[in-house]
Design a protein around this ligand. Structure first.
Ligand code: NDP
Ligand code: GDP
Length: 326
């Protein structure tokens, strides 16, 4: 039986990846950071119906000794490093923590793998945010990076460390440069989920309006379930490498609002308000990915359309709020 260690298993991607790996017959072990609110920790895994099917072990990305102990005990064949302080806006408020977890945390995992389990295959969750102030209209693996937030700076460090460990130590270390991907399990602070949650509240009479920041930014949004498949495919290749994972379609926040509100028979223009307090110190105006390499080498492509993604998210948020009010 193949064993996978997943950091960030309680997050959006961790849940979908664990589900995929379990379906493939893996033993799935997740790194769990201790919290006083342990009752809500496994919420996403519970929602997916797999909380009792994964093994959870206490540890923290900032604690190298915990990572060494876990890798020693678990002896993973594959290590997926998904844990991070993942919210761009928060990274200006907590730049050092973001650097310590999102950047150095990845280096800790790489070190633990190199020291204890160098034969394990390693996946790093890199981000399209590294392109930041885009240097090319459409971004692929050869596009230069220009990070625009402490989060993106930390991700770029983790990304280049992954490449470096591959080249220096021969680790089977791959990096997925994933463009934004969403789902009903997306954190509520991210714009798509904030919008679908807002749609549900407004539809059910729990709110009248939704405050957002920059509506003109464009993102290349896919479904997280599609994107975790790309992660797994990367680790099944003979050679480690870096891959862009994207849909190839870019859409404004304004247009996403229109699509999501329409799912509930509402008009976005009547409910969306903008607030300058939600604007960022530096914005990433456009992300638009070219996943040709992933398609050609991994046989991967996005399957869920933006319209279907929005509909699934709105439906899930309506169901959540209906449960709460009933
Ligand atoms: P989430 O924010 O949903 O999940 C982050 C996970 O990291 C959670 O399980 C969280 O645990 C864990 N974590 C945070 N800090 C620590 C720590 N110090 N030690 C151990 N675990 C920690 O992110 P996603 O699932 O959306 O994304 C997965 C990865 O992919 C992240 O690295 C993200 O930056 C990256 N990424 C995501 C994209 C997206 O569009 N979703 C795009 C490109 C990259 P807890 O539950 O306790 O908070
Ligand atoms: P990101 O691409 O990882 O930063 O993902 P987000 O979902 O947090 O943000 C995507 C884009 O939506 C950014 O350009 C934000 O500036 C923009 N945006 C506009 N209003 C909001 C908002 O209220 N919340 C968030 N999170 N983003 C917003």
């Amino acid at each position: 039986m193949t064993t996978a260690l997943v950091t960030g298993i309680t997050g959006q991607d961790g849940g979908y990846l664990a589900q995929l790996l379990l379906a493939k017959g893996y033993r799935v072990v997740g790194l769990l950071r201790r919290s006083a609110s342990s009752d809500v920790i496994g919420e996403r895994l519970r929602w997916l119906g797999i909380l009792d099917k994964v093994e959870l072990i206490d540890g923290n990305l900032s604690d190298l000794s915990s990572l060494i102990r876990i890798i020693q005990d678990v002896a993973p064949d594959e290590v997926y490093n998904l844990a991070a302080q993942s919210f761009v806006a928060a990274s200006w408020q907590q730049p050092l923590l973001t650097g310590a977890v999102t950047g150095l945390g990845a280096a800790n995992v790489l070190e633990a793998v190199r020291i204890i389990r160098p034969q394990a295959r390693f996946y790093q969750a890199s981000s399209s945010e590294m392109y930041g102030l885009i240097q090319s209209e459409i971004q692929n693996e050869r596009t230069p990076f220009y990070p625009r937030s402490p989060y993106a700076c930390a991700k770029l460090y983790a990304h280049t460390m992954t490449v470096n460990y591959r080249e220096s130590f021969g680790l089977h270390a791959s990096s997925g440069i994933l463009f934004n991907h969403e789902s009903p399990l997306r954190g509520i602070e991210f714009v798509t989920r904030k919008i679908t949650d807002g749609v549900a509240r407004i539809k059910l009479g729990l709110a009248e309006e939704l405050q957002l920041g920059n509506l003109e930014a464009r993102r290349d949004w896919g479904h997280a379930r599609d994107y975790v498949r790309a992660m797994w495919l990367m680790l099944q290749q003979d050679q480690p490498d870096d891959y862009v994972v994207a849909t190839g379609r870019t859409t404004t926040i304004r247009e996403f609002c229109r699509i999501a509100f329409a799912c509930a028979g509402l008009e976005a223009e009547r409910h969306v308000r903008t607030s300058t307090t939600l604007m960022r110190p530096a914005e990433v105006d456009v992300l638009h990915g070219d996943a040709t390499k992933a398609r050609e080498r991994l046989g991967w492509q996005a399957e869920v359309s933006l319209e279907d993604l929005a509909a699934e998210m709105v439906e899930a948020d309506l169901a959540r709020h209906r449960r709460r009010v009933s």
